[in-house]
Each structure stands twice: as structure tokens, then as C-alpha cells.
Design a protein around this ligand. Sequence first.
Ligand code: PA5
Length: 434
Amino acid sequence: IQLLQTGILNESLIQIEWEDYTESVAAIHRHLEGANSEMTGWLNSPIENNIEMVKSIQRIANEIKIAADVLVVIGVGGSFLGAKAIQDALTPYFGDCTNGIEVIYVGQNMSGAYIRQLLNSLEHKEVYVNVISKSGKTMEPALAFRVFRQYMEKRYGDEAYNRIIVTTDAENGLLNKIAKKTGYRQFVIPANIGGRYSVLTPVGLLPVAVAGVDIEKLLEGAKKAATVLKNENLEQNEAYRYAVIRQALYKNGYKIELLASFEPCLAKLHEWWKQLFGESEGKDKKGLFPASVSYSTDLHAIGQFIQDGSPIVFETLLHFKEILFDYQVPFDDQNDDHLNYLANQSFNNINAISKQGTALAHADGGVPIIQLELERLDAYHLGYLIYFFMKACAMSAYLLQVNPFDQPGVEAYKKKMLQLLQIDNFKNEYGVGM
Ligand code: PA5
């Protein structure tokens, strides 16, 4: 069964010489999967036996769900986006989630207003904290953790140490040192998995388990993808086909990829995807610019540009065929709005038709359209999709001849900021902020 289908709608727009890529794709595949490849722990982690890790995450998640009203998760970049993406995609839009509790994120910005209002909102709620940082020294989460550590100690006294869970490297970094010194419980981010490839480790799994997501199903989907996509044959590997289509479009002047979907709960998945592809490919003055649109909202805004503006954009339409909840358009006796022709139709059907209409219109406008179709929006299929994107991204970056696993450009802003904050001496002494 093909869990995910990729295809390009308007093939006539672009000639893809598939055979030109066959060998390089196979060679990159062998490099990625080879024993000497670095930072590729994520490739096999869903296949490996992770029962113990899953059990201990579920144990702590259950403890948190019983003892707390809210889990405050501190992290940024790869230590934030994946968890938030999965949580938003799989938990209800409104109201309480029956299987989980509220999970709130902080440490992705340095807004004093955000921290102040978050602290105020916690007043009558029982709180746990999960601080996530692989390096253990990133400025934004480090500052937020300083605030929340003090808050928890003041509020819970000795019990605070039990309510703070640390997710970080096993050996290195200030956060690891703090955890060891205080006895905070710790989950490990494997050394050979970089931030933006870490969502299927405790980085993403603990927060989403607390939010009520079935992490076993999520990992099952990822495991299926890891197995199916372990195939060097370009014709049979959907992730590699997606990577090649992207590269072919890039070479033909389409420098911007728009990830588009029709379900608003996927907006944060777009953000995770942007980080994955943007940080992995955007280097050495190369790379597709990853952008996203959420439809129908953006059809009434940036849709004009996509249809009719500079021909530099191609669109990747992400579609889940089945969505758990739905609603029927009611019949109206008056029919003042002339909408009775849609009475008794399901909103999800209308949405799916609007997706087809958009794809056809944009294709007519000369926009290349890649279609990614999955059966159902659930933990299993999302796990599959996440793995699919990570594998496609690694392939795509290597086809561009850049390293998918470093991010030298991110360091530039940190250096400038630290200079401006005039803390060079402090930084040298403690290694904070780099
Ligand atoms: O992908 C990456 O490596 C980065 O985006 C990191 O995830 C981000 O900078 C946060 O790093 P850390 O987890 O070390 O705080």
C-alpha cells in the first residue's frame, strides 16, 4: 500500500530527466545509509527498538497529566517546532483535549510581554516544565528557563525538582550540567541527531504525549516510512522523487516552494517544514526558499500573486483525504444566500473540491503543482509524513551539494547579538548563548 502519493500535476511545464538523477540519488542514498555517515541517527531510530524510551516517556507523560493542568515547554527551532506541529495537527481546535492537558510553549522569542502574560496565566494552574535544548546554551530558551526555574522553586519549593524535566544532550552543555547538579529527570537527545531532525525523539515525543497524542502510532507511521523509503531506486522511492522534482524545478528558475494545505491545524507543520528545508538547504548561496500558505485564508490574500505574479513559485499541495471531524451545510427554508445547492454537503467535501479547483487554477496560471496525498490525518500518517520530509530533505540538500546537517548561517546572528549585548566576557567564561 502506498501511504503517500506524490505527483506533478502539470508535467508539461517542466521536463524532468529522471535518468540523469538515477545514479546520483543511489550514490547519495548509499552515503546516507552507510556506516560512515554523520548526524543520521534519525534515519534508523524509528526502526530500532525504542520500547523502553516510549514507555518512560508515557510514564512521565501520565504523571504530568495527573499532577498538572499545564505543561510549559521551553525550546526553540528544532527543540520546539516539531512538537508544536504535531500537537496542533492532532489535538482539537477548541476546548480541552480528552486525552491530554494544555501544553504551552515559551523560549522561542524574547518578548517580555509574552513571558509576563504567560506567568500571569499560570496563577491558578498546576504546572510542570519541560526544558528542551540540545546544546543547552541557546539564549532564548536559556533565558526562559532561568525565569521558570525560579518561578517553580518559589512556587513549589523542594518539589520543583520533580516538576522540571530536562531534554538535552547526554554529556555536553550547561543544561546537562544543571540537570546533573539538581537531579532533574532527564531525557537524552542522541548526539547523532540534529535539532531539526529530532522531532521523533523525546524532544517532540514528551510534549505531544502530554498533549494527548498517541506516540506509539506516530512512531509506527515513521517506522513504516523508514522501511518503505530505504530504497535507492528513484522510481520506487517517493521521498527521493519529491527531492528530484524540487531540484528540477529549482534548476528551471522556480526558487520558491510554497507548501500549501487546506486544514488550518497544519499551519505549524508548515513552520516545522520550513525550518527543516530552510536550514538544511539554504547555504553557499543556494537553496529553494521554503514558504507556506494556509488555504482558504491565503486564497483571499497571497493567492493573487501565486496565480498571476512573478513565475518563481511552485506549490506543494498537502492533502489528507480523511479528517476526523466534519459538519454538514444546513438546508435553509429562506435560501436568502442562494446556498441551498450546497445543503447537506459536508464541509470537508467542499474543502476537497476547493483544493482541486485551486490546483487546476494555479496549474492553468503556469504554477507547477506537486501533490502529496495521505489517507487520513492521524498520528500514524503524520509520523509517516514527518519521516518522508526528513528523508527527502537530506536527499535534496545533497543533490544541491550542501550539507543537510549543519547551520553555519544561524551562528551569524547569535554573534552579532552577543556583541551588542556586550557579554563577550560572560560568554567566554560560561559559554552561554553560542
Ligand atoms: O536545527 C537546529 O539544529 C537548530 O534549529 C536548533 O534546533 C535550535 O537552534 C535550538 O538549538 P538547541 O536545541 O541547542 O537549543
